[in-house]
Design a protein around this ligand. Structure first.
Ligand code: ZN
Length: 173
């Protein structure tokens, strides 16, 4: 019910989300992100799904599964040469990267490096940041939601009333 109410409110108000994720996929992915931090380093994932009228997150692909050294320095650094496997996976499955997510030790503000190095440098791409090593509730309103505007500029949509990200059931794709 905690997840159904926001769906109904959004439907009534007419504020469709752009990015949707089921509760099960979100909770499992976030739990795994938390586990991979070991409480002392950042972790992250590409969020894969299909782009239709909305972007539906269907799979977390963890950075350290793509590049085993991605988390070694404590912050996320992905070796671009490792990304071939991800693009091949997308080609084979029809998935696309619909967003990305990474975990911070404390708050959810973007670091200088986050702003300067978008994981996907595509206008409109949404990057999510989970605070406190992802051990909190990780609901929209309590996480960082940043839209890439191009040219290393971002729009902070973390505190907007109707977040671009919606967790839970949604009636159409
Ligand atoms: Zn960061």
């Amino acid at each position: 019910m905690a997840y159904l109410l926001p769906t109904l409110v959004r439907l009534v108000i007419g504020k469709s989300p752009e990015l949707i994720c089921s509760k099960d996929i979100w909770d499992a992915g976030v739990t795994e992100l938390h586990r991979r931090t070991f409480g002392r380093r950042e972790s992250g994932a590409f969020l894969l799904g299909k782009k239709g009228r909305m972007r539906r997150i269907e799979k977390f692909v963890f950075y350290d599964d793509i590049d085993p050294c991605a988390l070694d320095s404590g912050i996320v650094i992905i070796d671009g040469r490792r990304l071939g496997a991800l693009w091949a996976h997308c080609r084979d499955t029809g998935y696309e990267v619909v967003a990305d997510v990474h975990v911070h030790p404390r708050g959810y503000r973007q670091s200088k490096s986050d702003k300067a190095n978008p994981i996907i440098a595509e206008k409109g791409h949404v990057a999510l940041i989970l605070p406190d090593f992802a051990k909190g509730s990780n609901q929209p309103g309590k996480i960082g939601v940043f839209r890439y505007l191009g040219d290393r500029k971002w729009s902070d949509q973390s505190a907007t009333l109707f977040s671009p990200l919606h967790l839970g059931w949604w009636p159409w794709r």
